[in-house]
Design a protein around this ligand. Structure first.
Ligand code: FAD
Length: 419
């Protein structure tokens, strides 16, 4: 227990024992809250080390949260917004920033409003966090995989064999099903369903889409960014960056639309994305530039110079079957709305996150499973989704706080019989 902490549920057996299963950001945050409140906390992690997906999130710059006003922030969670709003009241972006700084990781806000640790990586933050948890008395058991429930206990597979644990309460923070090789493989779903917990199938979120590029285009431009672009699907437009890949298209602006695009492809087989290759210019301003004579330039060179397009942007324009439209106005309109047909959704293996998991109606406001009193759920294993931009880590950690506080409340009031 943490030095000086007041133990919850002191009785003949001492402090309440809470086992947190899953050592990602949601589980570790729950463990920290529980230990600070005086619970005896054990964290189980199936992998040989903690928080592998969190470390991977830091590879391209760890986007911890976002600086936009809370109302806009909350709106990023779609249907889950009302629930997530409650989590963010308990642990807001300001709290998260204070927490990171408390671990010796000052942050900065990028021009997009996204918040990053100055170190950019996750590893210094994770190191300091695990050291703090050790000081608080949290025991982290790696290679300890929860496999089943047996006679009311929790069965773990460990290198020393099977082990049954009977803690007073449990926080499940097992993650979703994206990047399964980092640990979150969604293997828990069947076991919880069997225990009467309603779940939704996993679906890729923040994911790339297939486009039937010509061989020449894929060969020449895979790995090149289209930036800045504005992407429009239905009523929603997003400015940012998209990356051409061999299979199709990915990147921040694509991810922001990925839930709606995925749903449309699942429903209709394809989806049409409009790409504005010159979002800073109006059609009239672009048309004006395109009145410039071509002279001896090839069409591609002329487009590059007159419209200020990158080679990959010109390549994309030329991927659309048929001739380029004649006349400055028509051409300007095409450049500002290249219609790309998306033919498929990439899989969970490389999706940044997943939708699906424990349905929100399966938990109460303390994030306790209605079917399993004393068992709380946090993080990406709950059925919510949000675009990239720091929204995933923010909600994962905030739900870890809510689940921990829920467990403490339950232990104080009802938790006599154990989870
Ligand atoms: C490439 C990439 C970049 C990303 N970048 C960002 C970013 O910049 N900003 C952002 O907000 N989000 C980002 N994310 C998403 C973010 O990493 C996740 O949303 C977040 O890690 C979810 O936290 P979690 O604790 O709920 O789950 P996880 O981090 O998935 O942790 C769950 C843990 O549970 C363990 N586990 C699973 N089953 C068992 C079991 N049966 N027994 C024991 N342990 C088990 C897993 O091994 C895992 O360690 C990124 C993700 C990826 C893949």
């Amino acid at each position: 227990m943490a030095p000086g902490a007041v133990p919850v549920h002191l009785g003949a057996m001492g402090a309440s024992s809470v086992h947190v299963i899953g050592a990602g950001p949601a589980g570790l945050m729950a463990a920290e809250r529980l230990a600070r409140a005086g619970a005896a906390v054990t964290v189980h992690e199936a992998m040989p080390s903690a928080a592998r997906k969190f470390l991977m999130a830091g590879r391209g710059g760890l986007n911890l949260t976002h600086s936009e006003p809370l109302e806009a922030f909350t709106g990023r969670y779609g249907e889950a917004a009302p629930l997530v709003a409650g989590w963010l009241e308990r642990f807001s972006p300001t709290h998260l920033i204070g927490w990171a700084e408390g671990l010796g990781q000052p942050v900065f806000t990028g021009s997009s409003g996204r918040v990053f640790p100055r170190a950019m990586k996750a590893s210094p933050l994770l190191r300091a966090w695990l050291a703090r948890l050790a000081e608080l008395g949290v025991e982290v058991r790696t290679r300890s995989r929860w496999t089943d429930r047996r006679d009311g206990g929790w069965l773990f597979s460990t290198p020393q064999g099977e082990r049954v644990e009977r803690p007073d309460a449990v926080v499940l923070a097992l993650g979703g099903a994206s990047w399964p090789r980092l640990g979150p493989d969604g293997g828990w779903r069947e076991g919880l369903e069997a225990a009467g917990v309603v779940t939704a199938p996993f679906r890729p979120s923040n994911v790339g889409f297939d486009v039937a590029w010509s061989g020449v285009f894929a060969e020449r431009f895979a790995g090149q960014p289209l930036k800045p672009v504005a992407l429009t699907f239905g009523e929603t437009s997003v400015r940012g960056e998209a990356m051409v890949t061999r299979y199709g298209i990915e990147g921040g602006a694509v991810y922001a639309l990925s839930a709606a695009l995925r749903d449309a492809i699942e429903r209709d087989g394809t989806a049409t994305l409009a790409v504005d290759l010159r979002p800073d210019l109006t059609i009239a301003a672009l048309a004006e530039r395109l009145t410039r004579p071509r002279g001896k330039d090839s069409v591609s060179n002329w487009l590059r110079k007159a419209a200020g397009l990158s080679p990959v942007a010109v390549g994309l324009l030329r991927e659309i079957p048929g001739e380029l439209p004649a006349g400055a106005d028509k051409l300007a309109r095409r450049i500002k709305a290249v219609r790309l047909t998306l033919t498929g959704v990439q899989g969970l293996a490389r999706a940044i996150s997943s939708a699906g998991g424990v349905r929100l109606e399966a938990v109460d406001e303390r994030l306790m499973l209605k079917a399993l009193p004393g068992v709380f759920v946090a993080g990406e294993m709950l059925d919510w989704e949000a675009p990239t931009g720091g929204y995933l880590l923010q909600a994962s950690m905030a739900s870890g706080v809510v689940a921990a506080e829920g467990a403490l409340d339950w232990l104080a009031r009802d938790g006599r019989t154990g989870a």
